[in-house]
Design a protein around this ligand. Structure first.
Ligand SMILES: Cc1cc2nc3c(=O)[nH]c(=O)nc-3n(C[C@H](O)[C@H](O)[C@H](O)COP(=O)(O)OP(=O)(O)OC[C@H]3O[C@@H](n4cnc5c(N)ncnc54)[C@H](O)[C@@H]3O)c2cc1C
Length: 388
C-alpha cells in the first residue's frame, strides 16, 4: 500500500499529526501495534486526562536543547486544543495552576481525535507489528501485515515508560538506524525509592502524605509528598525526579510554610513532648517516627536553644539519598530521547534524512507534571502534520 504519510504510533502526537496531515489532503496511514489507540491518553490524569496547562512555556520542559520546543508550542497552543474540544462540545475545567482536565473522562478526548481522524480519511492499522524499514527513494516499512511505502514517515512511538500500555524502543532504534543521536534515556516523573534500612523505618507510614518543598540540584519544587512502602511519591517527588541523578541527595523541607524556628522557640518552655507539638503541624505518626529516628523524644523544655535551632534546621532540611527510582514501569515519562539538534524545530523533520519526522515523547523534550507532556505531544504532532 502506498501512502503520502505513514505514522508509527497512534498516541497523542501521532493522532494529531495524522489529522493535520490528512487535512492537507495527504493520504495517511497510522500503524499501531496495540489493539487500541491512545492507551496513555486513556489513563492520563487518573482517567480524566490533564490534557494541557494554560501557563505552558519552554521553562516547563527539560531538554538538552532548551529552545527547541518554542516554535512548536507557539504553532499549536493550549487554546488551539481547547478550541478543538469546544467544537466537539467536550467539557473540561481547570483544577489548579492552569491544569485542564476533562469533566467526564479521557475517552472524550480519544473519541474527538478518532472522529477527526476518520472524517479526514486517516486509515488505521491496529495490532500491527513493524519489523524492518529502509529508505531508498521512499520509506519502505515491512510489517506483519505486509509492506508499506510512503513519501514521509512520522515516528510517534512515545517513550519507554509503562510498557504495559504499549511502550517500545522502536522510535529510538529507527533514529539510530538513520544515523541520528539519542540522548541518555531514564525514567522521569517517577517515584524515588529508599534504601532498605530507610524503607524498613518508614514502611508502616505508607500512605502518609505531607506538603513539602524539595530541593534537588538547585531546583525547588513544592507540593504533596507521599510515603510509600518502597520510598517517596506524590507530585513534589515526581517533579523532583526530573532533576534527580543517581547518587544525588535531595533536601526536603517538611514545613515549608512555617517559621519553624519561631514556632519551636515560642513553645520552648512547654512540658509537652516535641512529637506532640510537631503533630499539630505534621501528620501525627510521622511526627512520632521523626522524633524517634532523631532521638529527640523529649519534652520541649528539656532542649537547649542550640538543640532547638538544630531541630528546626533538620525539619527544614531532611537530607535523603534515594537508592533509585521505581523505573520505567512506574514512570509517567522518559527523560532524554532523539537529539533535537538533529531536527528542524519548526517542522520536526530530520535535517539528515528528508521526509523523516519525530514527534512527542520520543524526542529529548520532557515536560513537568501538570499537562505539559500532552501539550508537547499535540504541538509537535501538529508541527509535523503541517509539513509531512
Ligand atoms: C500513567 C500516566 C499518566 C499520565 N498522565 C499525564 C497527564 O495527565 N498529562 C500529561 O500531559 N501527560 C501525562 N502522561 C504523559 C503522556 O501520556 C505522554 O507524554 C504522551 O502520551 C506522549 O505522547 P506520544 O504520542 O509521544 O506517545 P504515546 O502517547 O505513548 O503514543 C505512542 C504510541 O506508539 C505506539 N507504539 C510504541 N511502539 C510501537 C511499535 N513498535 N509499533 C507500533 N506502535 C508503537 C504505542 O502503543 C502508543 O500508542 C502520563 C503518562 C502516564 C504513563
Amino acid at each position: 500500500m502506498n501512502k503520502d504519510v505513514i505514522i508509527l504510533g497512534a498516541g497523542a502526537s501521532g493522532l494529531i499529526a495524522a489529522i493535520e496531515a490528512a487535512r492537507r489532503k495527504r493520504s495517511v496511514l497510522v500503524i499501531e501495534h496495540m489493539k487500541r489507540i491512545g492507551n496513555k491518553i486513556r489513563v492520563s490524569g487518573g482517567g480524566r486526562c490533564n490534557f494541557t496547562n494554560l501557563h505552558v512555556s519552554a521553562e516547563n520542559y527539560c531538554s538538552s536543547n532548551s529552545h527547541f520546543c518554542k516554535s512548536a508550542l507557539a504553532q499549536f497552543t493550549p487554546a488551539d486544543f481547547m478550541a478543538l474540544l469546544d467544537r466537539h462540545h467536550i467539557r473540561y475545567h481547570e483544577r489548579s495552576d492552569g491544569q485542564l482536565f476533562c469533566v467526564r473522562t479521557s475517552e472524550d478526548i480519544l473519541s474527538v481525535l478518532q472522529r477527526e481522524a476518520v472524517s479526514q480519511g486517516v486509515v488505521f492499522l491496529l495490532g500491527t507489528k513493524v519489523n524492518k524499514m529502509r529508505k531508498k527513494e521512499f520509506f519502505e516499512i515491512m510489517s506483519d501485515r505486509g509492506p508499506f511505502v510512503s513519501e514521509s514517515l512520522i515516528v510517534a512511538t512515545g517513550g519507554l515508560s509503562y510498557p504495559d500500555l504499549g511502550a517500545t524502543n522502536l522510535g529510538y532504534s529507527i533514529a539510530r538506524e538513520f544515523g541520528l543521536k539519542v540522548t541518555r534515556l531514564r525514567p522521569g516523573l517517577v517515584p524515588l525509592t529508599f534504601d532498605k534500612n530507610t524503607a524498613d523505618q518508614f514502611r508502616d507510614l505508607s500512605g502518609t502524605s505531607l506538603n513539602v518543598e524539595i530541593s534537588c540540584r538547585g531546583i525547588r519544587v513544592t507540593g504533596g509528598m507521599l510515603i510509600t512502602h518502597t520510598g517517596l511519591s506524590g507530585p513534589a517527588v515526581l517533579q523532583a525526579s526530573l532533576y534527580w541523578e543517581e547518587g544525588d541527595r535531595i533536601s526536603v523541607n517538611l514545613l515549608p510554610d512555617t517559621d519553624v524556628s519561631g514556632f519551636l522557640t515560642d513553645n520552648c518552655r512547654s512540658r509537652a513532648q516535641l512529637a506532640n507539638l510537631l503533630a499539630s503541624v505534621l501528620p501525627k505518626r510521622f511526627a512520632l517516627r521523626w522524633t524517634e529516628m532523631n532521638n529527640i523524644s523529649r519534652p520541649l523544655c528539656q532542649f537547649s536553644t542550640g538543640e532547638i535551632e538544630r531541630i528546626a534546621e533538620d525539619l527544614q532540611n531532611w537530607k535523603i539519598t534515594p537508592a533509585g527510582t521505581a523505573g520505567f514501569s512506574k514512570a509517567e515519562v522518559t527523560l532524554g530521547g532523539v537529539d533535537t539538534r538533529e531536527l528542524s524545530s519548526k517542522t520536526m523533520e530530520s535535517i539528515k534524512v528528508p521526509g523523516l519526522y519525530f514527534t512527542g515523547e520520543v524526542l529529548d523534550v520532557t515536560g513537568q507534571l501538570g499537562g505539559y507532556n500532552l501539550q508537547w505531544a499535540w504541538s509537535s504532532g501538529f508541527a509535523a502534520g503541517q509539513h509531512a
